[in-house]
Design a protein around this ligand. Structure first.
Ligand SMILES: *Cc1c(COP(=O)(O)O)cnc(C)c1O
Length: 364
């Protein structure tokens, strides 16, 4: 069987390891497994959302409302935009896929930061595009403009806050990059962790409304992180009509499930759950900062629900990740991103205490 040549350049995305794997491979009791690898909300699902999913379970035989009227209406009100400016995806991942498919021809280029969300590269390579990266993982305005002018990419990705590093780009800098780029290049502003950045510092607040006036910019958001719905696969893109219409041509019918729609709609009504999730996070992340200082290694100041620990040469991120895994603590090794670093989702108080204990033992 001969497959498309572009597949030779695609590494299969390695998702965070599931709890089941640790149970199977190391014989650890599921209740002793601490999963801090995929930036899920440690508070779990909002009880109101959970109830709505159960209450609607008997509707699972029905196809969902493909117009997604109520969910779009909720998002439109939240962001002060029109429903027609919104597209819903099975996670914002699916919207990223639509974007590369409406833009990229073979050998086109895309531009992104040195270390950023892995799926930008995968979707671009699927279309046969070439990946250009800046030198710095931070989105530095001059560096983006320079690389843009040199390579004229068809898509520029701005991930703010950035995953897997945790840094963020100010609204002023996002706008400076956008304003320096011609209108025939699509700019994706991925705000998967925006709720956390806003809670930390207002100058990082970038809203769909700030961007919708640009004809070549799309904002992406997700219910997978602060809203606690990673397993329901609901994300969205917000942009002007022309972009949204093009993206809809790539969308399969019923691309999110009947119960995912219910969950998203209900989650938007429970802002208090999001606020309390962020509050828990704000308290717990200070313990991670202190732990790094106490143990003499560096970390990246985080605007997300995770923290990235940077190790010195005398420590190996891979060895440490493996040692943690054997003890039932799942985190993310960033060696495959070229960093001697680990990314840890900030968990509950109890999960974090366990992580500190095991990490301390592994370091020593
Ligand atoms: C988690 C994440 C997404 C998308 O997640 P979905 O679950 O597909 O909505 C997009 N971008 C970044 C940077 C992420 O971390």
């Amino acid at each position: 069987m001969k497959f498309r040549e572009v597949l030779d350049n695609i590494k299969i995305y390695e998702a965070g390891k599931p709890i089941e794997l640790v149970v199977r491979e190391f014989g650890i009791d599921p209740k002793d497994v601490v999963k801090l690898a995929s930036n899920e909300n440690p508070k779990g699902v909002s009880p109101k959302v959970s109830k709505a999913i159960v209450d609607n379970a008997s509707k699972a035989f029905l196809y969902p409302d493909d117009s997604m009227f109520e969910l779009k209406d909720g998002l439109a009100k939240k962001f002060d935009v029109k429903s027609e400016n919104i597209i819903i995806g099975a996670g914002s991942d699916q919207v990223l896929d639509f974007i590369s498919r409406v833009i990229l021809e073979p050998n086109d280029k895309v531009l992104m930061s040195a270390v950023t969300f892995a799926m930008y590269e995968v979707y671009a390579r699927q279309m046969g595009a070439e990946i250009i990266r800046t030198k710095n993982y931070k989105h530095i305005v001059d560096e983006f403009i320079e690389e843009y002018q040199k390579h004229k990419p068809k898509i520029v990705y701005i991930c703010t806050p950035n995953n897997p590093t945790g840094d963020a780009t100010t609204k002023d800098d996002v706008l400076a990059i956008i304003n320096a780029i011609d209108k025939d290049t699509m700019i994706v502003v991925d705000g998967a962790y925006m709720e956390y950045a806003i809670a930390k510092d207002e100058k990082y607040r970038v809203t769909p409304n700030d961007l919708i006036g640009f004809e070549n910019v799309i904002y992406l958001g997700t219910f997978s992180k602060a809203y606690g719905l990673g397993g329901m696969r609901v994300g969205y893109g917000i942009a002007n009509n022309t972009i949204i219409t093009a993206l809809h041509k790539m969308r399969p019918p019923f691309n999110i499930t009947t119960l995912s729609l219910v969950a998203g709609i209900e989650a938007l009504k429970d802002e208090q759950f999001v606020d309390s999730s962020i509050e828990l996070h704000r308290q717990e992340i200070t313990r991670y900062e202190e732990f790094a200082k106490d143990n003499n290694f560096d970390y990246i100041d985080s605007y997300t629900n995770f923290i990235t620990y940077l190790f010195n040469d005398d420590m190996s991120s891979t060895k440490i990740s493996n040692a943690l895994l054997k003890k039932g603590v799942i985190i993310r090794d960033l060696a495959s991103y070229g960093m001697n670093a680990i990314r840890i989702t900030v968990g509950t108080e109890k999960q974090n205490s366990r992580l500190f204990k095991i990490l301390k033992e592994s370091i020593n």
